[in-house]
Design a protein around this ligand. Structure first.
Ligand SMILES: Cc1cc2nc3c(=O)[nH]c(=O)nc-3n(C[C@H](O)[C@H](O)[C@H](O)COP(=O)(O)OP(=O)(O)OC[C@H]3O[C@@H](n4cnc5c(N)ncnc54)[C@H](O)[C@@H]3O)c2cc1C
Length: 528
């Protein structure tokens, strides 16, 4: 396999990397992005889904609050189809310091965040499940944002501007020549082939892994992975983002996203962003926290739990005892001025909400290093499917489904995924990995977690891609294993019953454990 060459190589296919590749391509640079897994399988695919107004940070981190508000406005404009305009509440519960509310309101004023106090009666009229013991309620422009739509929208836009986006390409090493980074050696994780990519400039946008990539160029970058867990409940307990009006703490936000509500999160320093274990105590802590905002939360059905690692940057000398004290703003490191390594920058920290700004700052810096003047236009040009400026709304899938009720088969009842959408996604993504398809069309994300739809999807995949039975079985098993990781820590009540039923289907009826499977490493066993 021959090598590639480009002007700019971006490492990391999360929101930051996708923001950078889009911005650079729009400014006319030839650009390649490499990601070791599928796009948004790092922190970006494991976050809370909140398009921050900045309200959360107004007291503790005013710079971050202001950036969030500004970028919230931009993303509503350029990524409307990815945003659900839920609005946000900040509520004072009996467990919160009532004095905080005044500081919150003043902080919003300073950060330019529109805020309005409403009566408790009005708050409960809008959100009947909310704890009636709240004493104050403020409305801010928080929203829910769909990570996969946003990230793939950036990828499609970048490709339209000439960029190449390579998921499943892991960086093995950086190409170094006399103190200058000249590209990277990468391995295609699906074929096992290694190739070099030569580049005039390399951007390290690998989030919580940024320290590992920087070390390949001999640069020390301390990025602390701050683990946070989140639990998706099986329906919309609230339709507005609900935050506790207090200093940021654990389990103080519920985000209604798509058909579920997500409670989160925690913040614990861990050593390795690839090892994010979830304990029963953490699950309990989140359910208790949910109970304070929505009484009866614990009795609701928990669908799934997952964890992500915040990329929290610290300059070398600083010692951290509490990861919540690390700024949520971003940091751009120019390794020429910082470490004497040319043509290499690291962009890390920040939020999903501010990824476009992070990308702009990065590409502005590249332009300065390369001595060119090319303005950024990412705040003007909408992402594909967001051109009409209309926000996503919850009923959109049902309304689409009603158009095709009699002429298209429904494959996933929970997420209303019709056969045609699944087949189109299989062709477009050129994948045999059911988890890639889950991220594309949301198949298997509802209450049954794939129990009723995933064997149908496997059959369709088998037909469309003309897979061997062994290869199709491999895809099914991989999907089931992955789903199990998120279900196992929250097995109680209805979800336990559901899992028993799924178990009977897959073990009792289909005996998947003894089905012939293609092995990983065998050409038939590696996703095409
Ligand atoms: C629990 C939690 C909740 C959060 N909630 C919110 C929220 O509600 N709203 C918000 O705005 N922000 C939120 N954030 C913050 C936000 O999710 C992150 O700041 C953001 O997603 C980071 O994106 P990134 O692209 O920098 O990193 P990532 O998404 O982690 O991307 C880095 C990528 O680099 C890849 N990579 C690593 N090593 C290699 C290699 N050798 N070769 C190739 N690729 C490699 C990884 O696979 C990964 O995909 C939350 C974070 C956490 C942890």
């Amino acid at each position: 396999m021959g090598g590639l060459s480009t002007e700019i190589l971006v490492i990391g296919g999360g929101s930051t990397g996708l923001g950078v590749v889009r911005d650079a391509a729009m400014r006319g640079f030839s650009t390649i992005l490499v990601e070791r897994g599928d796009l948004a399988t790092g922190t970006t695919g494991r976050f809370h889904g909140l398009l921050h107004s900045g309200g959360r940070y107004v007291v503790k981190d005013p710079r971050s609050a202001k950036e969030c508000m500004e970028e919230n406005r931009v993303l509503r404009r350029i990524a409307a189809d990815c945003v659900e305009d839920t609005g946000g509440f900040f509520v004072t519960t009996p467990w919160d310091d009532p004095e905080y509310a005044a500081r919150f309101v003043e902080g919003c004023r300073v950060a330019g965040i529109p805020v309005e106090e409403i009566s408790i009666g009005e708050a409960l009229r809008r959100e009947p499940n909310l704890n009636p013991r709240i004493s104050r309620c403020f409305v801010v422009p928080d929203a829910a944002i769909d990570t996969w739509k946003t990230v793939w929208g950036c990828a499609r836009s970048a490709k339209q501007h000439g960029a190449t986006v390579l998921p499943y390409h892991r960086v093995l090493s950086l190409l170094l020549d006399d103190g200058t980074v000249k590209g990277a050696m990468v391995r295609d994780e699906r074929t096992g082939e290694a190739r070099s990519i030569e580049a005039e400039f390399v951007v390290n946008a690998s989030g919580a892994w940024a320290g590992q990539i920087a070390a390949m160029a001999g640069c020390e970058v301390q990025v602390l992975p701050g683990k946070g867990i989140m639990i998706a409940m099986n329906h919309r307990l609230v339709n507005t983002v609900v935050n506790r009006c207090e200093m940021p703490a654990d389990g103080d936000i519920i985000v209604p996203i798509r058909t579920v509500s997500v409670i989160g999160t925690t913040d614990v320093k861990v050593d390795d962003p690839d090892t994010l274990d979830i304990t029963a105590a953490e699950v309990d802590q989140m359910l208790d926290a949910g109970e304070r905002l929505v009484p009866g939360f614990r009795e609701q059905r928990a669908l799934r739990v997952w964890a992500g690692a915040r990329p929290l940057f610290q300059e070398r000398a600083e010692k951290v005892t509490d990861t919540r004290d690390v700024t949520r703003s971003h940091t751009l490191l120019n390794h020429r001025t910082r470490d004497g390594v040319e043509r290499f920058v690291t962009i890390t920290g920040g939020k999903f909400t501010t990824f476009r700004l992070m990308a702009k700052d990065t590409v502005d810096a590249l332009c300065a290093e390369l001595g060119v003047d090319r303005p950024c236009a990412t705040d003007q040009e909408p992402l594909p499917d967001s051109e009409d400026g209309r926000y996503y709304w919850l009923g959109s899938r049902l309304s689409q489904r009603e158009q095709t009720l009699h002429d298209d088969q429904l494959i996933c009842e929970c997420e209303l995924v019709p056969r045609r959408d699944l087949e189109t996604a299989i062709e477009r993504r050129q994948t045999t990995d059911l988890d890639d398809l889950r991220r594309t069309v949301r198949i298997g994300m509802g209450p049954c977690q794939g129990g009723f739809c995933i064997y149908r999807a496997t059959g369709i995949l088998h037909g469309v891609k003309q897979l061997t039975g062994e290869r199709a079985n491999r895809s099914l098993l991989d999907f089931l294993q992955e789903r199990w990781k998120g279900v196992q820590p929250i097995l109680y009540g209805d979800q336990l019953r559901q899992s028993r039923l799924d178990d009977w289907i897959f073990q009792g009826l289909l005996d998947v454990e003894h089905a012939p499977v293609a092995e990983v490493g065998d050409p038939e066993g590696v996703p095409a």
